[in-house]
Design a protein around this ligand. Structure first.
Ligand code: ATP
Ligand code: MG
Length: 310
């Protein structure tokens, strides 16, 4: 099995994948609290360091690029300082930047204030209004890029909309979706969909997870459905129903695990044609990223050394 995994990992560098979706700039402000503010009954955080990371669709792209896949990223930014930061991170992660600027909205940013590993506050900047006009036209034009597969990373902030999905489907190539239940109808006919259990239950019609999954797959005409189960791993609905238990050693922060799963499943399936192998590899990779703080991508050396350890 180990050799099979390695063979697939080697093939990833020959793949080209386009990620389309909502970009998020994840910001972490780390500091210490030693006093209460004289202005209001709130702690004062003295900042020690600050970090910016690629989140949302940009984290899916970051996972692919860091595994060696030639990765293109399409989404929107505002015209603000966040745009410069996110574009800088995209460039330094060797991702092809196809982002479109929309001066009518802010770059989506989620800032966390953290002291002694405890999150004190999260501050969000975002605007979820529908995309239209010249911004939409630019998005549609940039979908022309030649690739082996597309991943829709939908955080329901506007990029994944009917005209964009229609144009992607016209390309006739492998299409994966990491869904948000409100946009369920857009995902009809996709090759792969990877909801977590909560999202699957929101989109489905009730009953056991297994019967709900089969019904959802049929209703949306999805070729392969994978439902992620957090600490319990994931279940595959393809020709048969298979449970893959989680492989995490230690769990620190589960955010971004779903992004790793859709990236690894898509790339390794396109490279191998083997869903069993793709699920094993995705579980292994997600198990590694949940051991780290914040949104971080999986890297090739980490996967290889996890494989060596068995
Ligand atoms: N507590 C955990 N222990 C072990 N593995 C985990 C844990 N949480 C997540 N994973 C791994 O990550 C995968 C995806 O996790 P989950 O089902 O939480 O996705 P998600 O809710 O979409 O995550 P995200 O917060 O990124 O949206 C799981 O299938 C599993 O492999
Ligand atoms: Mg998710």
């Amino acid at each position: 099995m180990k050799e099979k995994f390695k063979k697939v990992l080697e093939k990833l560098k020959d793949l080209r994948i386009l990620v389309v979706g909502d970009l998020i700039l994840d910001r972490y402000i780390f500091g210490i609290v030693e006093r209460i503010s004289p202005e209001a009954p709130v702690p004062v955080v003295e900042v020690e360091r600050e970090e910016f990371r690629l989140g949302g669709a940009a984290n899916v792209a970051n996972n692919l690029a860091s595994l060696g896949v030639k990765t293109y990223l399409l989404g929107i930014t505002g015209s603000d300082y966040g745009k410069h930061i996110i574009k800088g991170l995209i460039k330094s992660s060797s991702i092809e930047d196809l982002t479109v600027e929309d001066s009518q909205r802010p770059t989506t940013e989620k800032a966390r204030v953290v002291s002694l590993s405890q999150q004190l506050l999260r501050i969000d900047w975002e605007d979820r209004k529908p995309i239209s006009g010249s911004v939409l036209n630019k998005l549609l034009e940039r979908l022309d890029v030649e690739v082996d597969g597309v991943i829709l990373s939908d955080y329901a902030k506007g990029v994944v909309c009917e005209p964009v999905v229609k144009r992607i489907k016209e390309k006739g190539i492998f299409l994966s979706v990491d869904p948000k239940p409100v946009n369920k109808s857009l995902y009809y006919g996709a090759d792969l969909m990877t909801p977590n259990e909560k999202e699957a239950r929101q989109m489905g019609k009730g009953g056991s997870l297994e019967s709900l999954g089969w019904a959802l797959k049929k209703e949306l005409d999805i070729k392969t459905l994978v439902i992620t189960l957090g600490p319990k791993g994931m279940v595959l609905f393809d020709k048969e129903y298979i449970h893959f238990p989680a492989r995490a050693k230690q769990v620190y922060d589960v955010s971004g695990a779903g992004d790793t799963v859709v990236a690894v499943l898509t790339a390794s399936y396109i490279a191998s044609g083997d869903w069993h192998l793709a699920c094993e590899l995705a579980n292994l990779c997600a198990g590694i990223v949940v051991g780290k703080l914040g949104t971080v991508p999986i890297t090739l050396p980490e996967v290889l050394s996890a494989l060596e350890e068995g």
